[in-house]
Design a protein around this ligand. Structure first.
Ligand SMILES: C[S@@+](CC[C@H](N)C(=O)[O-])C[C@H]1O[C@@H](n2cnc3c(N)ncnc32)[C@H](O)[C@@H]1O
Length: 265
């Protein structure tokens, strides 16, 4: 669990008429916000550490002051909206709702990290994962968030290594793996792509394009098959395919969000 210093640290991000609000919200969660509230002028996001708030600020609102508060009332509202999200073979559901009988249920208490299944990028990655035949025997999930993708892979029998640079995400993944009865198949740890990933049949990466481009050079050539998500539109998908050096085998989209299976030769 990431350590909490003195209270919560609030970052305000302004969103104008031409800005993509969905992307800004996604990026706040991706940078480790523990709560995000939409306001008429943009977003207010809470972080448990000043370092995390500053990291997000430097990318999303350079120069903006960070406010430290004791109370984050209102920033948990997103949890009340959680519902059952179907994604191909899978249905992601919070603990208080049951999955439909015709899907593999993934029970996710997202805690305060990304991956409740309510974001299109998660659903697209899960749908592509469910379509993998035969199911992969070993999977490396980069940026595991809530563990939703890692658990989906484990539910189909894969041995999964799940990594995230956010310690809170790693703890949430381990807890969610336990609640889904696949803890023996999911090893969650703090980190990113490294040589220990080399055994994986399939790599899963749901992050924004700038992070894809930073991660791609770290990937060893032994990784032949990836599912990438978190990209917006054909241009970003092409950029991701170029960065990873993979041919696009299959794509799925939801509005502007795109995901793909990439095959490297
Ligand atoms: C958009 S979330 C995806 C969560 C989950 N895999 C899903 O599909 O819903 C991206 C995650 O990547 C993590 N992350 C960002 N940069 C990373 C990096 N360089 N290496 C590993 N994880 C990273 C973030 O902390 C965040 O939990």
């Amino acid at each position: 669990m990431s350590s909490s210093d003195d209270g919560h640290h609030l970052l305000t991000v302004t969103a104008g008429a031409g800005d993509d609000r969905e992307l800004i919200s996604y990026r706040l969660w991706e940078h480790g916000a523990v709560g995000v509230e939409e306001t008429p002028t943009g977003f207010r996001a809470a972080f448990t550490t000043r370092v995390a708030a500053e990291r997000a600020r430097d990318v999303l609102a350079p120069g903006r002051a960070i406010e430290t508060v004791a109370d984050t009332h209102g920033l948990d509202a997103a949890r009340d909206l959680l519902t059952i999200e179907t994604a191909g073979l899978f249905a992601v559901h919070p603990p208080w709702l049951a999955a439909p009988d015709d899907r593999i249920g993934i029970e996710i208490d997202p805690g305060h990290v990304f991956g409740s299944g309510s974001h299109p990028s998660t659903r697209l990655a899960l749908s592509l994962l469910g379509d993998e035949h035969p199911p992969p025997g070993t999977v490396f999930d980069v940026g595991c968030g809530s563990g939703v993708l890692a658990i989906g892979a484990a539910m189909r029998g894969a041995a999964v290594t799940a990594v995230d640079i956010d310690a809170a995400a790693v703890a949430t993944t381990a807890e969610n793996a336990r609640r889904n009865g696949v803890a023996h198949l999911v090893e969650a740890r703090v980190g990113s792509i490294d040589a220990r990933a080399d055994a994986a049949d399939l790599v899963l990466v749901n992050v924004t394009i700038d992070i894809h481009e930073g991660l791609a050079p770290l990937l060893s050539p032994v990784h032949r098959r990836l599912i990438v998500a978190g990209v917006l539109g054909d241009d970003q998908l092409a950029r991701a395919a170029t960065a990873y050096g993979g041919a696009i085998e299959r794509t799925m989209s939801d509005d502007d969000w795109m995901a793909a299976v990439l095959v490297r030769s």
